[in-house]
Design a protein around this ligand. Structure first.
Ligand SMILES: Nc1nc2c(c(=O)[nH]1)N[C@H]1C(S)=C(S)[C@@H](COP(=O)(O)OP(=O)(O)OC[C@H]3O[C@@H](n4cnc5c(N)ncnc54)[C@H](O)[C@@H]3O)O[C@H]1N2
Ligand code: MOO
Length: 446
């Protein structure tokens, strides 16, 4: 298939086609079938279920097979201990097991009085009484009460807490309706016992999970580190500031690839601009200390496309060499002799996005041992012309929940469509019709 065909495919839902359909359509065409806003939950790892993985090195595996190969190409990085304030977004390398009972002691749930038995009660203390954080107090016996604050340890012998607004204290006596035994006391171990599993291994550390870990006694957590990524931008025609001139163009992939990899969970160490210098590329690959190398451009067979030759000179193993996906079909995945994976993103900018979502996303997920997100689907608001053999990834907006409208300006060399898109729709070989339910791929929001 030629580039012209890819451009023609993209234009099938492009500005010309949209204009030809005329002004009759305002806003969003309703799909033929009712839209389903409900995402379908996926199995724990849908890629693990793919059976038809292409043998390593096979030319142009199907899109799902290429994703499965990328997922299986690496093992999770060795765990590292991180302080809680650096652990956000990481994956737990081991279950989060409580290091203490929670609460760690019987705790007052309200401001008021700890009371023993039915009232009225004799107050054993005046003033603020027992405060949160005070170490302990003399036990109460039946008929006694002591002022207590929310979060304070409940003294032994107390049978309940009487809320401040339900009691009346004067002259050393407390009056009020006798609370049910246990009222407003959070008993020790109510939430968990020491040793209880609070979160499984592979859980993502959200802000709430970090709070839970702290409450359960952790200062550090064993996590999978963020994979360190190095981006190598190839191409002598690239400019890094100012306007295109004299046949040269601005580098669109340097500013996009690092942030995209960050959104996919990587820690981007550096983005390097190497031009079309094969020696510099060889040097960069053989000395990199990254967990994953991502190159842009040079995947095809043009006169300055050195990537494959340099990989071969290094003795790298090609795991994926081209994928049956449009755009992006020349993308590749290789394993360098030291075991470092390398993702080769095609130079056409939307093709590079396709490579990020087809190869880099599952690879980074596997390195970080992160489970896949639930799959999202939507119904197409318009027909999308297909490639006869290849999957297409098409930028779409989501004008209403569950409805995907293909966007214009989605040619392989264009970013205008994807920059305005809410997702990429996965169009199977042969195409899809308005109303068909298609899978959506998430795009990073920031
Ligand atoms: N004979 C064939 N030629 C090409 C084929 C093919 O099957 N047979 N496939 C085409 C497809 S599809 C793609 S995609 C590109 C892939 O090319 P490369 O990965 O080798 O990338 P380059 O040749 O270096 O560049 C292609 C294109 O993209 C522009 N580019 C490159 N880097 C950047 C960047 N950082 N920012 C913005 N634009 C960039 C570059 O100037 C070229 O226009 O190959 C086709 N050719
Ligand atoms: O058209 Mo290419 O498919 O940009 O990868």
């Amino acid at each position: 298939m030629t580039d012209e065909f890819d451009d023609a495919l993209a234009l099938a839902n492009g500005p010309a086609a949209a204009a030809a359909r005329g002004a009759g359509r305002r806003g969003v065409a309703r799909p033929r079938t009712a839209a389903s806003p409900t995402p379908t939950p996926a199995p724990a790892d849908p890629l693990a279920a793919v059976q038809d993985e292409a043998p390593a090195g096979q030319v142009r595996p199907a899109w799902e097979s290429a994703r499965a190969t990328a997922y299986r190409a690496v093992r999770p990085l060795p765990p590292r201990r991180l302080p809680l304030d650096l652990a956000l977004g990481h994956t737990l390398a081991a279950p989060l097991t409580a290091l203490t009972d929670l609460p760690a002691f019987d705790t007052s749930a309200m401001d008021g009085w700890a009371v023993a038995g039915p009232g009225p009660w004799r107050l054993t203390a005046e003033g603020p009484g027992l405060l949160a954080g005070s170490p302990g107090a003399a036990p109460l016996t039946d008929g006694e009460a002591v002022p207590i604050a929310t979060g304070a340890r409940v003294p032994e012998g107390a049978t309940a807490v009487l809320r401040a607004e339900q009691g009346d204290a004067a002259h050393g006596r407390l009056h009020g309706a006798s609370p049910q035994p246990g009222s407003d006391i959070r008993p020790r171990g109510q939430e968990c016992r020491s040793g209880t599993e609070l979160l499984p291994a592979r859980a993502t550390l959200t802000p709430a999970a970090l709070g839970l870990a702290a409450a359960a006694g952790y200062d550090q957590l064993a996590v999978r580190p963020r994979p360190r990524a190095e981006v190598l931008v190839l191409g002598d025609e690239l400019l890094f500031r100012g306007l295109p001139h004299d046949g040269r163009i601005r580098d669109a992939l340097g500013p996009m690839t690092g942030p995209w990899l960050t959104a996919l969970g990587a820690q981007v160490m550096v983005t390097r601009r190497l031009g079309d210098d094969a020696e510099a590329l060889h040097e960069a690959m053989s000395t990199s200390r990254a967990d994953v190398i991502v190159t842009t451009g040079s995947t095809a067979a043009g006169p300055m496309d050195h990537l494959r030759a340099v990989l071969s000179r290094l003795g790298a193993h090609l795991l994926v060499s081209g994928v049956a996906v449009r755009p992006g079909h020349p993308m590749l995945l290789a394993e360098l002799p030291g075991g470092t994976p390398l993702v080769g993103l095609p130079g056409n900018p939307l093709a590079a996005v396709s490579g990020l979502l087809t190869l880099a996303e599952p690879l980074l997920r596997a390195l970080a041992d992160r489970p896949s997100a639930p799959q999202r689907h939507a119904r197409l608001a318009d027909d999308v012309r297909g490639h006869p053999e290849d999957t297409r990834l098409v930028p779409v907006e989501l004008p209403e929940p569950g409805v995907a409208m293909p966007l214009a300006y989605a040619g392989p060399a264009m970013l205008r469509g994807i920059a305005a898109a809410a997702a990429l729709a996965v169009i199977p070989p042969g195409g899809a019709r308005a109303g068909d339910r298609v899978r959506l791929l998430d795009l990073p929001a920031t």
